[in-house]
Design a protein around this ligand. Structure first.
Ligand code: AHR
Length: 527
């Protein structure tokens, strides 16, 4: 009997050895040469997106001045404090699809016009959060405005009047109306999006039809703020691709070619790109309660961002070799099936450790393409899709993605430094992923910052980094991980996924660091 059991155990062990993937060494060599600093990482790649969708604006930002939730002029204080800590550079508003049905006059003045939000749940839109409230919110968090104007159901005149209302210093009727509504000084509008997904929800336009609109809006929607002329001009962002289908290649070619052959009367400085991580649009994955297989599938899908950015950069290089036009990835992030019990039109999902890793991978892709990708906006800031913050009436919780944005603050405006590494592969079923991702950058004070992601959910890694170009003396930073790939922060347990301190050893210009499985780590190197 004992012999039989022994034989069975042996067979099982042999079977395991034959089927288990070969174990990779858990040592990773990484090298950084600080003397080779490249493009500046534009802080605008850490931009946010707030659409009138679900509780993204109402409750997420706006509770109204009479609310028992602590607020400043109707804008909730806890949210403002949290957003200030991640140094949000810009916020895109009011949509999304909502922008192409938004009529700004309904959201100014004492009496607001109550409308509907047909795109997102068909709910009532009170218009209590309008132009002034948005700009007050930006003022409170210290971010720039990225206004998306209505090209779908609006007119060039309506958009032109909005910009005159916002920016003229003169005593025009619109300028006086702005002053009467509480803001005598002209507002600064840093970025202007001309349409949203005009190939689909923004009007299902052909490239030629959109181009004729783009030229008209670009010509007539003027910014009159004296502080925003010449070099300081408002940057206009045209609608670009939404994936890798042939129609998006054609769209991008058409817009870029038209720009190359443009006349003096119109211009643009950015081309938008949208790309969500989904896996299957018609059978979306769940945001919590998933296993390692779905973890790996989803991260595999998110890495498609690299190919897309590369493909559209090549097209843009053809018509704009001097890289004057920024590729603006103004909608990206995870899109899962809505949480059970939520309004499906509100796009409510959980935000797990997997989303944190996904955010790091995408931010690293943008940083590696810093010469072309100069702005990006994760969708969306609060309570919608891959949010930074979730609220439930007076309660607020910060998501794992929020903490990645916080850890990446030092990369804002730092100079990209190339990193090479031999991370090996992590495999699960038929999915293979690079086990490691990393970026490095040098900040204005000369300090080196290193981000290393360990995608492998099972293996810790020992990283040995050679740092050339500086005399590295010490290194320390923070790491974000959690017990499970689908660990989340909840109102009851808000600190399940929060960064913790990590130390590195530095000796003879070599830095060694132990990374936990499924972790995002940022360290600074003193020299
Ligand atoms: O972010 C949600 C929606 O996704 C946006 O409104 C739209 O632009 C995109 O399709």
């Amino acid at each position: 009997m004992t012999v039989i059991r022994h034989l069975l155990v042996s067979f099982v062990l042999i079977g395991t050895a034959l089927t288990a993937p070969a174990q990779e060494s858990n040592k990773v060599n990484l090298s950084v040469d600080v003397s080779r600093a490249g493009a500046r990482i534009d802080r605008n790649i850490f931009g946010q997106f707030a659409e009138h969708l679900g509780h993204g604006v109402y409750e997420g930002i706006w509770v109204g001045p009479d609310s028992s939730i602590p607020n400043t002029r109707g804008i909730r204080n806890d949210v403002v404090t949290a957003l200030k800590a991640i140094k949000v550079p810009n916020v895109r508003w009011p949509g999304g699809c909502f922008a192409d049905e938004y009529h700004w006059r309904k959201g100014i003045g004492r009496e607001r016009v109550v409308t509907l939000n047909p795109n997102w749940g068909g709910v009532v839109e009170p218009n209590t959060f309008g132009t002034h409230e948005f700009l007050d919110f930006l003022d409170q968090i210290g971010a720039e405005a990225y206004l998306s104007i209505n090209v779908g159901s609006g007119t060039p005149q309506e958009a032109a009047e909005w910009l005159e209302y916002l920016t003229t210093p003169q005593q025009t009727t619109l300028g006086k109306e702005r002053a009467a509504n509480g803001h005598p000084a002209p507002y600064k509008i840093a970025y202007l999006g001309i349409g949203n997904e005009s190939w689909d929800c923004g009007g299902n336009m052909t490239p030629d039809y959109y181009l004729s609109q783009l030229k008209i809006y670009s010509r007539f929607v003027r910014n009159f703020n004296p502080a925003q002329q010449g070099q300081q001009q408002m940057l206009k962002i045209a609608v670009g691709p939404g994936g890798d289908e042939p129609r998006f290649i054609e769209w991008t070619e058409s817009v870029m070619k038209a720009w190359q052959n443009r006349k003096w009367s119109w211009d643009m400085q950015g081309l938008s790109m949208h790309n969500y991580t989904v896996v299957h649009w018609d059978k979306k994955l769940v945001s919590v309660g998933f296993d390692e297989t779905e973890y790996s599938q989803f991260l595999r899908a998110t890495l498609d961002m690299e190919g897309l950015v590369g493909r559209y950069s090549v097209i843009m290089d053809k018509y704009d070799p001097q890289k004057k036009i920024a590729l603006v990835v103004d909608e990206w992030g995870s899109w899962y099936t809505p949480l059970p019990g939520s309004n499906p039109g509100f796009l409510v999902q959980q935000n797990s450790l997997r989303d944190a890793i996904l955010a790091a991978l995408n931010l690293n892709i943008f940083a590696r393409h810093a010469d072309r990708v100069r702005m990006a906006n994760i969708a969306q800031m609060i309570n919608v899709l891959q949010a930074m913050i979730m609220t439930d009436t007076e309660k607020m919780v910060l998501t794992p993605t929020y903490y990645v944005y916080k850890m990446y603050v030092p990369f804002q405006e730092a100079s990209f430094v190339p990193v090479t590494f031999n991370g090996g592969t992590y495999s699960r079923g038929d999915v293979s992923l690079p086990r490691v991702d990393a970026i490095a950058a040098r900040d204005a004070a000369g300090k080196l910052w290193l981000e290393i992601t360990n995608l492998d959910p099972n293996q810790p890694l020992e990283v040995e980094a050679t740092v050339a170009g500086i005399n590295a003396k010490s290194a320390a930073g923070e790491t974000l991980t959690a017990p499970r790939v689908d660990s989340v922060n909840t109102f009851a347990a808000p600190d399940a996924v929060v960064p913790k301190a990590i130390a590195a050893k530095v000796k003879g210009g070599r830095l060694t660091l132990n990374l936990e499985p499924k972790s995002v780590t940022v360290v600074s190197v003193e020299h």
